[in-house]
Design a protein around this ligand. Sequence first.
Ligand code: GDG
Length: 476
Amino acid sequence: MKKQAGKILIISNRLPIKIERQDEKLVISASEGGLATGLGSIYNKDNNLWIGWPGIVPKDQAEKDFITETLSSLNLIPIFLTEEEIAGYYEGFSNEVLWPISHYSPTYANYNTDNWHCYQTVNQKFADLVQLHCSNEDTVWIHDYQLMLLPHMIRQKKENIAIGYFQHIPFPPDEVFRSIPWRDELLRGILGADLIAFHTFNDTQHFLDACTHILGLSIFNNNLQVSGRTVYVEVYPMGIDFEKFNALSKKKAIKARSREIREHFSNRKIIVSVDRLDYSKGILPRIAAFEDLLLRHPEWKGQVVLYMLVVPSRDTVDQYKRLKDEIDRKVGNINAAYGNNDWTPIVYFYTSYPVEELVALYRAADICLVTSVRDGMNLVSKEYIACKEQTDGVLILSELAGASKELIDAIQINPHSIDQIRDALSQALTMPKEEQHERMAASIALVKKFNIHHWVDLFFTKLKEIKMQQGKDFAR
Ligand code: GDG
């Protein structure tokens, strides 16, 4: 008899929606993020589901009911967290332990036992909710480091369910991961999955090293044996919604807006950078290198602007506040020292733009500068490329971002070397058009082919294969 194929559950910290309070009313809108697009065709279908935090703490039961009801028609299930849970699980443990450790910055980690307990409690809360909505025939895809314990917690209740886990941030070398007092529990948590994937080969190797050196597990053909189960560890670099960015960049209104931006800067060369406020993004070395360019190549004074869009993020956390203050100070100093009535060297905004404005900016920019000191992938670099089919442009990319493994036609730099960033800027500013076209054409082909849909397919194809091996059926 043919087995029931089961449904698919996507689980992530945040649901792919935004909820805003407007005049005491809640307004719910869809998120435009790449992950939401890539998984859209999946969670919207049949009785599939996406479970996650809706991003708001409801005032009362009536608001909870309104959110739950509205989301249920979109196949979304909200998990409600209290202010204390958000502080302990998300801001405390996820962002003050797992984030710095995964970005090779153990000195920023704050090992607070209460936050660890809160992380366990919230992961269990997710597991309990998943348990209510799934059966052994289902397939679960868990996203990211906020939910490392979840695969094992689900496995304990549903022994035969197929579970995938994708980590969007890097996995650090095992000796860095070892710094976490609760590393064994975290590793065992992830190992509840059948398929574990990362953006790069190095991340998978670091994870396998941690499993062998910290837990003493054995590896066969890059897979692990865990309590009689085979756990597959794979490299699946995430792509972007190429069609969306590419099509937007060719829209009449966006082309006009892009021209307007260039005219606003009197057709000077524009170097763009876009990132969330984060120490992993290397914003300070980027500013230092730009100043060095002006110092050592004074011919560029008055000829170039660095357009920095920094998206507000975690700015209630001390490290992030300090970083923001330092950026504000450095930008102010440089503009005061070099600028004049006609020219502001660094144009800096601490805000978020609609995607149309972002695309107009990508289209207008001569250079995109990515200086992450550590980045799982870096989607901005791929989005910039997707918007450059009709215009010239050069990508300068940190070799410490996952994207550097794929985007080999970019100018690659070590973000800790101010000299290398400065020289790369100088090379990009003078790069002949033919070379720009050649490099960009190769990058466009790659970003177009290995897009978000390709990534989702890779993951599900492997999960399907695993499920078949386990003698189960699979439906999408
Ligand atoms: C994590 C990992 C990994 C930014 N500003 C605006 C805006 N954005 C969008 C970009 C891009 C996204 O935010 C940022 O993605 P990144 O990949 O660059 O960085 P993280 O947020 O740190 O993401 C990272 C990623 O997960 C995926 O696995 O690549 O390494 O850290 O899509 O477009 N979007 C709009 N306005 C803005 O002002 N609309």
